[in-house]
Design a protein around this ligand. Sequence first.
Ligand SMILES: Cc1cc2nc3c(=O)[nH]c(=O)nc-3n(C[C@H](O)[C@H](O)[C@H](O)COP(=O)(O)OP(=O)(O)OC[C@H]3O[C@@H](n4cnc5c(N)ncnc54)[C@H](O)[C@@H]3O)c2cc1C
Length: 502
Amino acid sequence: MMQTQAIVIGSGFGGAVAALRLGQAGIETMLLERGRRWAIEDPTKNATFATFRNLDGRAEWLNSVSKTPGYEGIPIDKYTGVLEILERGDYKFLVGCGVGGGSLAYGGILIQPPKELFEQVFPSSIGYDEMDSIYFPRVHSIIGTAPIPDDVLESEYYQGLKVLEQHALKAGFPYVESTNAGLANGINRFPMGVDWDIVREEMAGKRVPSVIAAEFWFGNNSGGKKTLDQNYLKLAEETGAVEIRTHHLVTKVAEVPEGGYAVSVDIINDAGEVIGQQTLTSKYLFMAAGTIGTCELLIKAKVKGDLPKINDYIGQGFGNDGDTYAFRTNLSETTNPHLGGPGAIAVLNYENPIYPSVMMRAPLPRFETDFPNKDIIGTFVFAMTPHRGEFSYDQASDTVLLNFESDPKAKEAAQYLAELLSEKNGGEVPPIASQVTGHQLGGACMGQVCDDCGRVAGHPNLYIVDGSLIPGSSTCVNPALTIAAIAERCLDRILADDIKPS
Ligand SMILES: Cc1cc2nc3c(=O)[nH]c(=O)nc-3n(C[C@H](O)[C@H](O)[C@H](O)COP(=O)(O)OP(=O)(O)OC[C@H]3O[C@@H](n4cnc5c(N)ncnc54)[C@H](O)[C@@H]3O)c2cc1C
């Protein structure tokens, strides 16, 4: 007898979509999340989350010394905080933890890939037109997205974004209505997962400065960010069929002889100490622990014989979406690089001769002291790199290793774009050194480990619905919208063809 019909592991973009759609279909579902809930306590104060300006244990997942890039070595209390920082080789991978997963840490950037690049990465069985007409808009409507309004863009907080927009215009980039307007250069203002009325209240002093203060990595204390606990997960719980269990750290997944799956769980407290253990069983199992979390669980399950039929593609096709960070310094304008939120306007450099690339402004609080002249722009640049790495299992240490080095050509593409803007507008471009991303994707790719609906080959009723099934790239745009939209498509098919309410 199974304890529940479906288990979902992880409450980020893939897991939240799965939970809502299973709940709406009347499937009794348990969502297991290792982190805690983060309800906004007093939006007039920095009462809920840690901030860059006042780092504490709430910032990081179970670190007693900070590993946040640029803040390394600061002592903090060990706590089930928002950001897990995984060091793999000389690279740092960031993962959002807690109810809402990566949405707790994200910048609210929900941007749609263009057709030409989507078709280069995803299986041909996934029609772009269907994604464009049904699944991308569906995610936007549930999260409730909107483009940055003019009055906010014109404020001092977004001065750097205005400068970036003006520089791109002067460098010959035209305004385009959509990120899917052909593979030509453009400037696009796209819908964000940000509540702009709350941002206005921050600007008016009615809420604590948070979005406008570039505080997004550890959560937004004003409530200005549209995290998944406010939309998908709230709706999932309201169906009455979905139970979210926090502090449930999944340590093992296995098939059970009578059919279905067993999930071993450490129940932890806020300090990460194990205070109980459980094995939970279900007929249907949805893997949504994020790219690294899901790959680690599945690889261990394969090598230990718990999920023996997972095929040998597992671990392959890992990528970082060509994520780099480029500065432009010594500009002639004041840019307030420590203020405002990230994204909102994208510089689409699809005509980049190295790789199609996309640039967005990425403010950080520390730039206030790093660059007292406030004359720089810090930007994420994502490049359409074919470069991939892979996970492997090390028996001696019983750990899953990640063999990945970033693509030097992705950095060249970013450098090219930053220099193109500086050629026409002034400023200097220091060499790009970035070795940090939150955009890890792949390792359990669709068309290899699972089909284009997340069904794992060899293991009926086992599904992958998070970033690990995306084939290593979300086509040089931030991945959250694509992960959620693909999960929506998976759930539509799985619910229609595989799952019957009992
Ligand atoms: C600082 C930062 C900013 C970002 N900004 C953006 C942005 O603006 N736009 C964008 O598109 N993308 C952004 N990203 C990337 C985006 O957050 C991820 O691509 C996305 O969240 C991945 O979704 P997912 O469903 O694969 O998994 P996640 O959202 O990572 O969710 C996985 C969940 O599983 C839980 N989990 C993991 N292991 C276990 C386990 N063993 N047991 C139980 N639970 C477990 C985790 O705690 C987490 O809640 C950002 C990432 C970071 C770190």
